[in-house]
Design a protein around this ligand. Structure first.
Ligand SMILES: Cc1cc2nc3c(=O)[nH]c(=O)nc-3n(C[C@H](O)[C@H](O)[C@H](O)COP(=O)(O)OP(=O)(O)OC[C@H]3O[C@@H](n4cnc5c(N)ncnc54)[C@H](O)[C@@H]3O)c2cc1C
Length: 488
């Protein structure tokens, strides 16, 4: 097993590793999976080196922003999967579900008082960076954060990329090396670590590990958590198994049509992987490995020239090239921003030209103005917008192309761009399974000009921001079935 690359490991504190501790603790927070996970792999490396057992803590608080039945259900599905997979492995898997606000406080510290060191996941958005920093100060032993987020390590560059083109060109120069240092498929398969420890009864009684039945969680089980029960579970289930099935469906039936039909709501040819990528139930390394096998591709085929062009560099099929541009260029562009700028979700992080043009048109009369409640309830005059919002309410997702229209219209129908931003973040992060992700902020801020350029002609409200209309979308795309399905 090749070691985890050094530029993926970040010491969070300066506390020592305690060699006579009882075990190595892997605190799974963002890469919630057992395969192709650099964090777990690093924890295994430590366990082997220190000749200590391994404990994997996967916890779910109930006080995180937008906590709801929908998000809890999806995360718990992943925990049930991890539990089943780790049952056969030489580790102690400790799934913990907080039953009341603050009940979980103290668990990480109590475990770390018994451990040699702690390894956790690095993640650049939502509350996780703050949580990690606080843990670094709290823990008396070494805490390392491991970056398993994407194909390019976050530390591979200090630059913040302002366009997809410049990032793509950078990737085309850099990626070859990183495509060769991939996480091990199953870091526990041949690991020689001592048998799992027995944890003190007092600790297990105070913070009881979640049972299999609770993780399977029916409505009554979810009902007991102090979270938002009005946001109901989505039809799709979470976890590595479901992620793998979605990827298989995509490769078998959709990728061949992805380049031509990816934008058409009635075609449904995109992968649907974003919730699984968001919760770490699948890694982009796994997606890439499966795709390259399907394409019978190897790194030797890569293009040499870094032109920044959207196609031709991978030398794969059209669908695969288009898909990789989303999965790697666009997805990791958002991670790049969040890992370098703490203001990634603030209005003032927009490019100057965008703020200037939006400011100039801030007082323009709006044809319609809706409140957050009206947007949320899909009560606008526009059937296409309402359909997209209903899909979000019911399924926790919006079809790719319509998600852009959805954001653009919130800008058009809000009293100001700042209020539009607040509405987009609130609705996206509350209802979308893939929300609260670096790409939530890429997508939302893109509708306001991030990663884009000024467009002519200058228009009311939008100024030089790219304009999109529902009428043009309805003309260009096949969406009859979509409108019918989400007609309300
Ligand atoms: C207003 C708005 C809000 C958005 N909010 C989110 C969000 O909360 N979470 C999120 O993951 N994406 C978000 N996006 C980006 C994009 O809409 C979704 O990633 C995509 O629709 C997910 O569907 P899929 O998995 O079927 O994508 P596929 O087309 O199958 O693409 C594969 C993967 O590539 C990545 N990807 C695809 N398109 C984009 C994109 N435009 N930007 C960045 N990464 C991309 C995703 O990880 C996706 O799963 C948003 C876009 C807009 C315009």
């Amino acid at each position: 097993m090749a070691p985890v690359p050094e530029n993926r490991i970040r010491p969070v504190n300066e506390a020592p590793v305690v060699p006579n501790g009882g075990f190595v603790l892997y605190w799974m927070t963002a890469a919630r999976r057992t395969e192709r996970n650099f964090g777990l792999q690093r924890a295994v490396e430590w366990a082997v080196e220190l000749k200590k057992p391994l404990v994997v803590l996967e916890a779910l608080r109930c006080g995180y922003p937008w906590a709801s039945d929908r998000l809890h259900r999806f995360i718990m599905d992943g925990m049930a999967d991890n539990r089943a997979r780790l049952k056969k492995k030489p580790v102690l898997y400790y799934p913990y579900l907080e039953r009341s606000l603050g009940e979980g406080k103290g668990l990480l510290k109590a475990l770390s008082d018994l451990a040699c060191n702690v390894v956790t996941d690095d993640y650049p958005a939502f509350f996780l960076p703050r949580m990690l920093e606080a843990a670094g100060k709290l823990l008396p032993i070494r805490l390392e954060a491991v970056d398993s987020n994407g194909i390019l390590p976050l530390a591979a560059t200090d630059r913040v990329f302002l366009t997809a083109f410049s990032f793509r060109r950078f990737l085309q120069g850099e990626l070859r090396e990183h495509l060769r240092s991939v996480p091990t498929k199953d870091p526990l398969s041949r690991a020689s670590v001592p048998p799992p420890p027995v944890l003190p009864r007092k600790l297990m009684t105070r913070w009881p590990p979640a049972t299999e039945a609770l993780l399977r969680g029916d409505a009554a089980g979810l009902g007991a958590f102090p979270i938002d029960h009005r946001v109901e579970p989505a039809a799709i289930r979470g976890g590595a198994k479901e992620a793998s099935a979605a990827l298989t469906r995509f490769l078998r039936h959709r990728i061949g049509r992805y380049a031509e039909e990816g934008s058409h709501p009635d075609s449904e040819v995109t992968s649907g992987l974003s919730p699984y990528l968001h919760f770490g139930h699948v890694s982009s390394h796994e997606v890439l490995a499966r795709l390259t096998r399907y394409e019978k591709w190897s790194v030797r085929r890569l293009g040499v020239k870094a032109t920044g062009g959207r196609s031709g560099w991978w030398r794969m099929s059209d669908g695969a090239e288009r898909f990789l541009d989303q999965l790697i260029t666009w997805r990791e562009l958002g991670y790049n921003m969040c890992s370098k700028r703490t203001d990634y979700a603030e209005y003032d992080s927009l490019p100057e030209w965008a703020k200037e043009t939006l400011g100039k048109h801030e007082k323009d009369p709006r044809p319609h103005i809706y409140s957050l409640d009206e947007f949320e309830a899909a009560h606008t005059h526009d059937p296409l917008w309402n359909a997209a919002q209903r899909q979000l309410l019911q399924e926790g997702r919006i079809q790719n192309y319509l998600r852009m229209i959805w954001g653009k219209k919130i800008l058009e129908w809000s009293p100001s761009p700042r209020e539009a931003l607040e509405v987009m973040i609130e609705l996206n992060d509350k209802y979308a399974l893939d929300g609260r992700d670096p790409n939530s902020y890429s997508g939302i801020f893109w509708t306001l000009g991030r990663y884009d350029r000024p467009w002519a002609p200058e228009r009311p409200i939008f100024g030089k921001i790219r304009y999109m209309s529902s009428r043009n979308t309805a003309r260009k795309l096949r969406l009859r079935d979509y409108l019918e399905r989400y007609s309300g």
